[in-house]
Design a protein around this ligand. Structure first.
Ligand SMILES: [Zn+2]
Length: 364
């Protein structure tokens, strides 16, 4: 056994552990992937070494010794007669073949159960259609996807009481969806992808005691306007949320201003989340809606793309490119500044509200 060879084997072991796939295998199966001979002595020493270092476990399976059959015999059977080819081993003068099976010690991959997508400001932009299409077609799982629409929300974002109404509606819709999922025997925890204003609405639902019964799987926030100090750690510790990926655009020009215009907002999609149990990842080139450009979205949800990987892989070893830790000294802008700018925005809201109302009537 030379080192380059065992290095290659180790790389394959790491790949399986990080993706949580093919954790269990026989030596022959492993040999096929690394292009070694099925009975390579060096490989056996390597695999047994993993067992010795407690990073793998070994158990034995029995195989029918009759060449045309050669099937694995069910565990726990007194293997004297093959249940498949009916060969009587004693009569044939053979014994069942013993084959070691290795199992890497690690968490297996996870299925995407079903998804709720919460958009940012609603618009009839083309990307929204493209988004629905891509999500439904490019995920290599056929998980049901609910795209939540909250109608026109343009000027509404400046008024807290309108947020509360939008957030309550979102919470109620999610509760109905979860009940429907349970009826169709889907797990009751959806995974979530939220963008921009959708991230703020989601955070409102999460901190509203009225919706404390709603539990979620893994959450992706893109271009988040949630405050960096939002207490995700508590939600994760309480089991309300399984894990959080915060996808930040390095060129996002909208997120930094959110706190000056939108009550309760903050630059989570710029600074990152301070909560230690969240994962912040920066895409340097992305602007505010860069996540949904067809090529970027396609990449994110492709088989080994960031979003799909986050939703399916064991997270203990998940360290994607662009991962960063938010600086702990983040403080919101001075309250007096935020009050002034928000009052201004709120004023604009009242001036423009009638137009928004008219637009809603014309184009609901
Ligand atoms: Zn058999």
């Amino acid at each position: 056994m030379n080192t380059t060879q065992s290095d290659r084997w180790q790389v394959e072991v790491e790949r399986r552990l990080s993706q949580g796939v093919e954790l269990e295998f026989t030596q022959a199966q492993f040999a096929r992937t690394v292009e070694a001979a099925p009975d390579d002595v060096g490989l056996k020493i390597f695999l047994d070494g993993l067992v010795g270092a407690t990073s793998a476990e070994r158990h034995e399976v029995y195989r029918c010794p009759m060449a045309p059959c050669a099937r694995l015999l069910p565990a726990g059977m007194a293997n004297t007669v093959c249940p498949f080819c009916q060969a009587d081993f004693e009569q044939e003068g053979v014994t069942a073949e013993v084959e070691p099976v290795y199992r890497l010690v690690g968490e297996g991959s996870r299925d995407i159960r079903w998804l709720i997508v919460i958009h940012g400001m609603n618009s009839r932009a083309k990307w929204q259609e493209a988004f629905s299409w891509e999500i439904a077609n490019r995920l290599s799982y056929s998980a049901p996807v609910l795209i939540y629409k909250y109608g026109w929300a343009t000027i509404d974002v400046f008024a807290r009481w309108l947020h509360d109404r939008l957030a309550r509606r979102l919470g109620e819709r999610m509760r109905i969806a979860i009940a429907e999922a349970q009826k169709s025997r889907l797990p009751d925890r959806p995974d979530i992808i939220a963008h921009s204003f959708g991230t703020l609405l989601l955070s409102r639902v999460l901190e509203n005691p009225e919706f404390a019964d709603l539990k979620f799987g893994r959450i992706i926030t893109a271009a988040s306007i949630v405050r960096p100090d939002f207490d995700w750690d508590r939600l994760i510790a309480q089991g309300r949320v399984e894990a959080v990926l915060n996808h930040v655009g390095g060129q996002d020009r909208a997120v930094p201003f959110a706190q000056y215009a939108i009550p309760g907002a903050g630059p989570g999609g710029k600074v990152g989340y301070l909560a230690a149990s969240t994962l912040n990842v920066r895409a340097e080139e992305y602007g505010h809606s860069g996540f949904f450009l067809p090529e970027n979205l396609g990449a994110a949800i492709s088989r080994h793309g960031l979003w799909q990987a986050f939703l399916t892989r064991p997270l203990a070893r998940f360290r994607p490119v662009g991962a960063f830790v938010a600086e702990a000294d983040w403080r919101p802008a001075p309250l007096v500044v935020r009050m002034c700018t928000r009052t201004l925005a709120y004023g604009v809201f009242w001036v423009l509200a009638p137009f928004s109302w008219v637009r809603r009537k014309i184009d609901p």
